[in-house]
Design a protein around this ligand. Structure first.
Ligand code: SF4
Ligand code: SF4
Length: 121
């Protein structure tokens, strides 16, 4: 009987108290420093050496032509749905063009919607 008393008390407390869960996506939680989330590529730093492509254990990188640069050079395209976020590509990149950000919002209706951030700065 004592157990039921405890259960009811807890149920009432939870009914009127602050919930443990958050109202995602309307409320957000910041990922901790060092979290390995969405990949960011700085195309200006990329030399097209393909080292990231070679070390990727999940075959999540394809080298594709970058039409924005003349003459066109190759740059990595990340298939984030296949990525295991090991960060080897970032570790081996000789120019520091790849970073893993703390952005964990990796969702979409199609796995191709989940893509890396490509910037040129
Ligand atoms: S390792 Fe770095 S420089 Fe080489 S292709 Fe990949 S991103 Fe570009
Ligand atoms: S984090 Fe790892 S699995 Fe993902 S693209 Fe880079 S090397 Fe490949």
């Amino acid at each position: 009987m004592k157990k039921w008393g405890y259960t009811y008390k807890e149920a009432l407390k939870r009914l009127f108290g602050k919930p443990y869960t958050i109202h995602y996506p309307f409320t957000d939680i910041k990922a901790f420093e060092g979290y390995r989330g969405k990949i960011s590529l700085n195309v200006n730093k990329c030399t097209g050496c393909s080292l990231c492509f070679r070390v990727c254990p999940a075959s999540a990188i394809e080298m594709v032509p970058d039409e924005r640069v003349k003459p066109a050079k190759r740059r990595p395209h990340f298939k984030l749905a296949d990525c295991c976020y090991c960060a080897l590509c970032a570790e081996y990149c000789p120019t520091g063009a790849i970073k893993l950000t703390t952005d964990y919002h990796l969702y979409g209706f199609d796995k191709r919607d989940v893509s890396a951030e490509v910037k040129s700065e």
